[in-house]
Design a protein around this ligand. Sequence first.
Ligand SMILES: Cc1cc2nc3c(=O)[nH]c(=O)nc-3n(C[C@H](O)[C@H](O)[C@H](O)COP(=O)(O)OP(=O)(O)OC[C@H]3O[C@@H](n4cnc5c(N)ncnc54)[C@H](O)[C@@H]3O)c2cc1C
Ligand SMILES: NC(=O)C1=CN([C@@H]2O[C@H](COP(=O)(O)OP(=O)(O)OC[C@H]3O[C@@H](n4cnc5c(N)ncnc54)[C@H](OP(=O)(O)O)[C@@H]3O)[C@@H](O)[C@H]2O)C=CC1
Ligand SMILES: O=C(O)C(=O)Cc1c[nH]c2ccccc12
Length: 385
Amino acid sequence: MEAIDVVIVGAGPAGLATSACLNRLSIPNIVLEREDCYASLWQKRAYDRLKLHLAKEYCELPFMPFPSDAPTFVPRRGFLDYLHSYVSHFRINPRCNTAVESAYRDEAKKADLNVHEEYVAKFLVVATGENSKGFIPEVSGLDSFGGEFFHSSKYENGQKYKGKAVLVVGCGNSGMEIAYDLSNWGVRTSIVARSPVHVLTTNIVYIGMRLLSYGVPCNIVDFIVVLLSRLKHGDISNYGFPRPTRGPFYIKQSVGRTPTIDVGAVEKIRRKEVQVFPSIRGIQGSKIEFANGEVEQFDAIIFATGYKSTVRHWLKGGQDLFDGSGMPKLCFPNIWKGKNGLYCSGFARRGLFGISVDSQNIAKDIDLALRSERVLIGIPDARVC
Ligand SMILES: Cc1cc2nc3c(=O)[nH]c(=O)nc-3n(C[C@H](O)[C@H](O)[C@H](O)COP(=O)(O)OP(=O)(O)OC[C@H]3O[C@@H](n4cnc5c(N)ncnc54)[C@H](O)[C@@H]3O)c2cc1C
Ligand SMILES: NC(=O)C1=CN([C@@H]2O[C@H](COP(=O)(O)OP(=O)(O)OC[C@H]3O[C@@H](n4cnc5c(N)ncnc54)[C@H](OP(=O)(O)O)[C@@H]3O)[C@@H](O)[C@H]2O)C=CC1
Ligand SMILES: O=C(O)C(=O)Cc1c[nH]c2ccccc12
């Protein structure tokens, strides 16, 4: 059994940022990671052409800007280089191949467990992410499908599907970007769009973010970005993508749904190089029937249908912080602190920017708690800050 001040679960950007903030305050912490590497989403579960969708100034982790010669929209490789420098600069040493199977506050419950390793900590930081596990919905007849089907997190590129027919389900950022990539690889590509969606561009989002940071109200920002999007894309409801009635930043802030950022798929849809279908009604062999009655044959299906949090699989308790699906109950910006030393970073649905805010708040709060504990028991505070 190992005793330490802080245990952080997950070595993605949120876990690394929290560890860096604690290390700066000389607060002992360990980061436990289920995979064999840190930032596993970026190293192992992302496609080749992935780039950050937000400008680099909104994707920095605390206390380390991107190099000044980094492009505004950093590619995956550049982001990984940045994370490697971050880990070595802040001397972060994640313990890999260490999946946390159970975390309890109550000492008595430990006796039931058949544990491999055990840690005792004053503070627990949940940093396992909003995107912990790929989600594939139940679709009638999917088990009869003759071709392969898999989640978007397993997609790398479209090389092996050249000349084949592939259906991408979901028109969030993963789905639209994968559809664009497949089509570039010479794949006969189709996409399922089942509900209204905002389609913006990286630059339009950038303008929106700047306006919000100058204090322009969200409804005005939404009006401007939707107008810009209409000028750029025209009325895309003609192609099967109706717009939601609420604005994109309002939706992002209220329910966390990210607008789709077009990287070229809209033009391909306009040119009919990518077909758009409504929901899947059912599957029989290689034939897929859609809600409008159309039936088409496909060789593969890629489910770009989002992710689920896995917090509820291993965290016992913490009902004050997390709901039944492992997502936070509280609202940004005060969502990072639970009761009895429990914290979470990376659950604000605010991407890397939210992670930076959470991690700094958590480290400050733990520092304060440790200092007051020292005062209470009369130990002089020798830590360097
Ligand atoms: C494809 C994609 C692109 C994105 N692009 C952007 C972007 O451009 N800009 C932006 O701001 N945001 C972006 N996001 C959103 C978000 O910023 C990223 O998902 C980011 O990686 C989240 O960091 P995280 O540390 O919270 O979670 P993750 O990166 O998911 O890291 C969590 C880590 O916890 C580990 N873990 C999970 N369960 C356990 C367990 N039980 N025990 C031990 N370890 C565990 C996982 O293996 C993983 O390594 C993107 C998300 C995705 C999916
Ligand atoms: N370059 C970048 O920066 C990228 C960032 N990301 C980020 O990663 C996160 C996850 O994105 P993503 O993987 O796209 O997941 P999302 O959850 O954002 O999107 C999932 C999509 O799948 C649809 N869907 C879900 N279930 C079904 C179903 N049964 N039938 C049809 N459609 C369905 C959803 O539609 P509905 O709305 O109807 O539920 C939605 O369109 C987001 O935050 C995103 O911004 C992702 C890729 C690239
Ligand atoms: O890619 C994501 O999911 C993010 O959360 C990044 C993000 C944070 N705020 C936004 C506003 C508009 C588009 C993307 C984001």
